[in-house]
Write a protein of this length. Structure first.
Length: 387
């Protein structure tokens, strides 16, 4: 049996190279470039084929299932009773349940075969289905893919796994960020404390800004789902607020360091912010800590420079800042590093004119011992010193 893949214009079809089936791509508008056989005839849906619905649902930084709903409507009066329909997309919980109602509104197919799959990590794929037959067939389809397959008893549980993973990451980092800010007031080196605490039974993350779109998006999706179902999400809301507050703490650190060490008021300075996103591209600006920091400085008439090769000059200028090269960053009064990027780790301390601040532990303290350098949660005390 062949497999029909129904993508949209943004779907990466190369991910199906190892699929355990011959592939046909449905391309109604003839706009896709692919090595696979293509068809624009929707009568293909009535043939004896497996169907993989593979829309992109997160292009705006929020879940959008409109294209998936449209695909399911197209199947609704054409699907065979023996067709396997696999939804291979990033979707929030209970989406497949809603799509089943679109495909088979009146429950005319009692044993309809619908499955859900998605990569939940670089090396792991989750699969769940409406019945055992659909589960077995989907596992058979994907068994040649490079990821380990894990099956789940219920589709809605499988859909929730990426949200749970990313919200957990957001929450644990929020704890570290909260402790980091407090540790500076207490003159504690939180990084050293974390290094000592961590073992095979406990792994506390280092404090850092949250600049991964999926983490932000999934935490915010938990908030939306809770609102939809009338449940409380106090912890997740505090998590988002705490991780966004890191931007204002970085601004406070810069202001303090420049005033105490250089006797400069912020409006007299130039600040270079290095790193806007940890993703390959900036999908959404919502809750982006670096851009919150840019906006805060600009609102106080600070001259802001930004370096991140993945961000367009237009976006940076829309926030009132100027895009620069990494070489130009050395000319700033204050350099603030927001992402763990190899080229930022290689900055030359001898060329830093005034102050450098990192939002996460990047540098060897000894290498930067003669530089006006500070890092969130890493209070710089001499050995044995008490303040």
């Amino acid at each position: 049996m062949k497999t029909l893949i129904y993508p949209d214009i943004a779907t990466n079809l190369t991910q199906y190279e190892n699929l355990n089936s011959d592939i046909i791509v449905y391309d109604a508008e003839d706009t896709l470039t692919t090595q696979y056989e293509k068809t624009c005839d929707d009568d293909i849906f009535t043939n004896e084929v497996n169907i993989i619905l593979a829309p992109t649902t997160t292009t705006t930084g929020k879940y959008d299932t409109k294209s998936l709903t449209q695909m399911c409507r197209q199947l609704s009066d054409k699907i065979r009773t023996d067709t396997l329909v696999v939804i291979d997309a990033q979707i929030p919980p209970r989406t497949v349940y809603k799509m089943k109602k679109v495909i088979d509104e009146y429950d005319l197919i009692p044993d309809i075969k619908i499955a859900y799959t998605n990569k939940i990590s670089q090396n792991t794929r989750i699969i769940a289905a409406t019945n055992q037959e659909a589960l077995n067939e989907t596992v058979e389809l994907y068994k040649s893919m490079p990821e380990e397959i894990k099956t789940c008893k219920h589709i809605q549980t499988a859909e929730a796994i990426p949200l749970i993973k990313n919200t957990y990451k957001d929450t644990t980092i929020a704890l570290s960020n909260q402790l980091a800010i407090l540790s500076e007031a207490l003159t504690i080196d939180l990084i050293e404390a974390i290094d000592i605490i961590n073992n095979e039974n406990m792994q506390i993350p280092y404090p850092k800004p949250i600049l991964e779109n999926r983490v932000i998006m999934d935490s915010n999706q938990i908030l939306r789902l809770a609102d939809e179902y009338g449940e409380s999400t106090t912890l997740t809301q505090i998590t988002r607020d705490t991780n966004n507050y890191v931007a204002y703490h970085m601004a406070y650190m810069a202001e303090k360091e420049l005033y105490l060490k250089e006797h400069l008021a912020m409006f007299e300075t130039t600040v270079a912010i290095l790193g806007i996103t940890e993703d390959q591209e900036l999908i959404t600006q919502e809750d982006n800590t670096s851009l919150i920091l840019v906006d805060d400085f600009v609102s106080r008439d600070v001259e802001v420079w930004v370096h991140d090769d993945k961000i367009s000059e237009q976006i940076i200028e829309e926030h009132g800042a100027q895009k620069i090269t990494l070489e130009q960053a050395y000319e700033a009064d204050c350099i603030i590093i927001m992402t763990d990027t190899p080229e930022y780790r290689e900055l030359d301390p001898e060329r830093i004119e005034k102050v450098i601040i990192t939002a996460l532990p990047l540098f060897d303290e000894e290498k930067f011992s003669n530089v006006k350098y500070s890092s969130v949660g890493q209070y710089r005390l001499k050995k044995g010193e008490m303040l």
